[in-house]
Design a protein around this ligand. Structure first.
Ligand SMILES: Nc1ncnc2c1ncn2[C@@H]1O[C@H](COP(=O)(O)OP(=O)(O)OP(=O)(O)O)[C@@H](O)[C@H]1O
Ligand SMILES: [Mg+2]
Length: 267
């Protein structure tokens, strides 16, 4: 299953992506986590220590190239197989998750141009990695819409849109959903995050209902997440029984049902 996680800035994409990847791995699935944010921090949410995270070699974007056929159809090739990329550039995270970093912007790159090579590389990995049904790819996206405009998520199978209970976050989710649909991503769901009250949940449910966006899970605003963040650690290592972790376990269960074609979202 190729899951990508998008949403407005700060909505909780990385926290949920890291926790979800580990929850899948704890359930004995093979998991590749891809950090495609130019300002990466998925390693922290996966529970990789700061020293190891600082030493990670990003996947070179020179490994991917694009071509267009006579009809103008764009496709991406890789000069190393995704399996080789994973073996060469992957970093081991707790519970057996492998992390790939794609597109980190380096300090010397100020003023040197766009980050399109990273988008192309993520797209190529998502397109060419086929490892069977028990293999999960969880891709943490940067905020904004560029990955949708560029087709970075062309080969994602599920797009999770993390949404907070406030107007601008919901509005962003609506735009992301529309773009995701137009890109042809087969399944789109919202995940409500940082919910504090019934009123919050109702606001998200009303919006998602009117935008035909099923909600796959509701994650409360959880002080344990804030504590993990203060410590620079993964929520699973600080408070494995936290409410937010239980909600992500529920999300994983729903996704497995979606993979089996039996999803029955609550709304
Ligand atoms: N359920 C939650 N309860 C409490 N705090 C949360 C929750 N989810 C996320 N946060 C906090 O919200 C902040 C942003 O989270 P995170 O970095 O995961 O968001 P993001 O969407 O990946 O951000 P960016 O757009 O910068 O990549 C962090 O401080 C995180 O600890
Ligand atoms: Mg993030």
């Amino acid at each position: 299953m190729k899951v990508a996680i998008a949403g407005k800035g700060g909505s909780g994409k990385t926290t949920i992506a890291g926790t979800l990847a580990r929850v899948f791995a704890q359930d004995d699935h093979r998991v590749l986590a891809i950090d495609s944010d130019p300002n990466p921090n998925l390693a922290v949410s996966l529970g990789i220590d700061a020293e190891t995270a600082a030493d990670i070699d990003p996947v070179p974007t020179s490994l991917s190239h694009h071509s267009e056929d006579a009809e103008g159809r764009y496709s991406v090739g890789l000069s190393m197989s995704p399996e080789e990329i994973s073996a060469r550039y992957g970093t081991q995270a707790p519970d057996g998750v492998t992390l790939l970093l794609v597109g980190r912007v380096e300090p010397h790159e100020a003023g040197v141009g766009c980050n399109c090579g990273a988008h192309r590389t993520v797209r190529g990995i998502l397109e060419h990695l086929h490892q069977g049904d028990d293999f999960f790819i969880v891709t943490d996206m940067e905020a904004g819409l560029e990955h949708l405009k560029r087709g970075t998520l062309q080969h994602a199978k599920v797009l999770l849109i993390i949404v907070e209970p406030y107007f601008k976050s919901l509005e962003a989710a609506g735009r992301i959903a529309e773009l995701g649909r137009n890109l042809g991503v087969p399944a789109l769901y919202a995940v409500a995050n940082k919910v504090q009250s019934q009123r919050d949940e109702v606001a998200i449910r009303d919006f998602c209902r009117s935008h035909d966006l099923p909600i796959l899970a509701v994650v409360q605003l959880d002080p344990d997440v804030s504590e993990a963040e203060r410590q620079g650690k993964a929520i699973l290592d600080v408070a494995p029984g936290a409410k937010a972790v239980l909600a992500v376990r529920e999300l994983a269960r729903e996704l497995l049902e979606e993979a089996a074609g039996r999803v029955d979202a609550a709304d």
